[in-house]
Ligand binder design. Structure first.
Ligand SMILES: Cc1cc2nc3c(=O)[nH]c(=O)nc-3n(C[C@H](O)[C@H](O)[C@H](O)COP(=O)(O)O)c2cc1C
Length: 228
């Protein structure tokens, strides 16, 4: 009797397995489930774009080698193709590769931070190794028009720029704290030729990554996505 029951169960399992396999070969169900599972865990099929997104990280150690002019041009050119509300393109990119100007910007930032009331920023400005732009050979200062969606647009452009840079083998770091450079040296607004009525939104450092103390493992919260 027991053997008979086991045999039925076994047969049913075999039939079920057969049906699942048949359906899978017709509709590729297991792939669908696997992909869903991987998506939920944040691990998905990789291609060049997805690889670039996953591998991009904020780089804070730069080799002291200039960025090739053609690469710089291509990277910034990519940024202006970012999506933006009503195609208003209310953004401006000031591309700085003059080391003397980058040093001036960093000095302005150090001064602005040193004079601000926030203790950890004061402390950072006092550090011997302080460099607001991590000694990057190029910095792209982004400014935006006062418009409801300009900041959103700038975010899309910034990420586009970072991914374009990544694809050409460069590291980047978006920085907003560098706004202190204007408090420390108000003349920088003119030096950087920020258009009238535009305001600073961020500065993006750019260059070849090198080893250094700021290497970090990227991490993300897992509970910020709701799957229904
Ligand atoms: C709007 C914005 C402002 C940021 N400002 C700074 C900054 O002032 N200094 C800095 O070192 N990193 C800054 N970052 C980089 C973040 O710290 C970084 O993106 C975050 O820690 C996640 O790390 P990941 O970019 O390596 O994935 C900024 C990033 C964004 C998007």
């Amino acid at each position: 009797m027991d053997v008979f029951v086991v045999q039925i169960i076994h047969d049913r399992k075999a039939v079920l397995l057969y049906l699942v396999k048949a359906a899978d070969s017709m509709y590729n169900i297991s792939n669908v489930f696997q992909n869903e599972d991987k998506r939920k865990k944040g691990r998905i099929t990789m291609n060049d774009v997805l690889n670039a997104i996953m591998e991009r990280k904020s780089v804070r150690n730069y080799a002291q080698v200039p960025v090739a002019a053609e690469d710089l041009r291509q990277i910034v050119q990519a940024a202006i193709w970012a999506p933006n509300a009503m195609n208003k393109q209310g953004w401006h990119f000031t591309v700085v590769s003059d080391p003397a100007l980058i040093t001036k910007m960093s000095d302005g930032c150090r001064k602005g931070m040193a004079e601000c009331p926030v203790p950890f920023l004061k402390e950072r400005a006092a550090s011997e190794n302080f460099h607001a732009f991590f000694r990057a050979p190029a910095v792209i200062v982004m400014s935006i028009a006062e418009d409801k969606f300009s900041a959103f647009d700038a975010g899309a452009a910034a990420q586009t720029l970072c991914l374009a840079a990544q694809s050409l083998g460069y590291g980047t770091c978006i920085t907003a704290s560098t706004e202190f450079m204007f408090a420390g040296d108000p003349g920088l607004r003119d030096d950087l030729q920020i258009p009238e009525d535009y305001r600073f939104i961020c500065a993006i450092t750019l260059g070849k990554e090198t080893d250094g103390p700021d290497d970090h493992v990227r991490d993300r919260k897992e509970d910020v996505i709701t799957w229904l």
